[in-house]
Design a binder for this molecule. Structure first.
Ligand code: TYD
Length: 203
């Protein structure tokens, strides 16, 4: 049995990753791949409860990081690892790059602490491919606020926070040996789709 592929999507809130996720999953299924679509924080009943706390309740920044990784441990054990072992592909809306970008870059948590948690929880498992939807913080902000819904605890952060998050994502992409592919998310939807098609054709 061939192990499945693990693909993650990342980007600022408002970068467009959720829009493209559905299309990506459909096009993988259209070529006969069995795909498990999931998200973080969340992806399991316990993880979704932790997500609700993480998005709403004020907490210490280390508590935030620990809860993100606690939800991830459960998600790996219950969903991601079994799916990959069965040969299914997993497409996950955010994963550990988001912890480095938001808790590390955005909030300033030491990267060594995050790396320790990563090692503890993932035992070396990494996504095979990460699509990073990149847009300016101004564009991301205007997309999020134009949705007209209540903003969560992360979405209410200041512009400087998102600058730090974006810079961390870009720095990780630069040192990822090709695992993280940057997709310019500021373009028209169809142009972004074309880039995605090109990337998918290579996997
Ligand atoms: P997101 O998928 O953007 O939620 P939605 O698009 O449905 O609003 O994720 C929720 C938030 O969680 C997002 O602002 C980033 C944050 N987050 C972290 O800070 N660290 C993490 O490790 C993960 C997975 C998410």
């Amino acid at each position: 049995m061939t192990r499945g592929r693990f693909i993650t999507l990342e980007g600022l809130d408002g970068a467009g990753k959720s829009t493209h996720l559905g299309w990506l999953v459909e096009s993988l299924r259209a070529r006969g791949t069995t795909v498990v679509q999931t998200r973080e924080p969340g992806g399991t009943p316990l993880g979704e409860k932790l997500r609700a706390l993480l998005l709403a309740d004020p907490m210490h920044l280390e508590t935030e990081a620990l809860l993100m990784f606690a939800a991830r441990r459960e998600h790996l054990a219950q969903v991601i690892e079994p799916a990959l072992a069965r040969g299914d592909w997993v497409v996950c809306d955010r994963f550990t790059d988001a912890s480095f970008a938001y808790q590390g870059g955005g909030r300033g948590l030491a990267r060594e602490k995050l790396a320790t948690l990563e090692q503890w929880v993932q035992h070396g498992l990494q996504p095979d491919l990460t699509l990073l939807f990149d847009v300016s913080t101004d564009l991301a902000r205007s997309r999020v606020t134009s949705m007209g819904r209540d903003l969560d605890r992360f979405e209410r952060e200041q512009a400087e926070f998102f600058e730090r998050v974006r810079n961390e994502y870009l720095a990780r992409a630069a040192s990822s040996n090709g695992r993280i592919r940057i997709i310019d998310g500021a373009r028209l939807l169809n142009d972004v789709k074309k880039s995605l098609e090109e990337v998918i054709a290579t996997i």
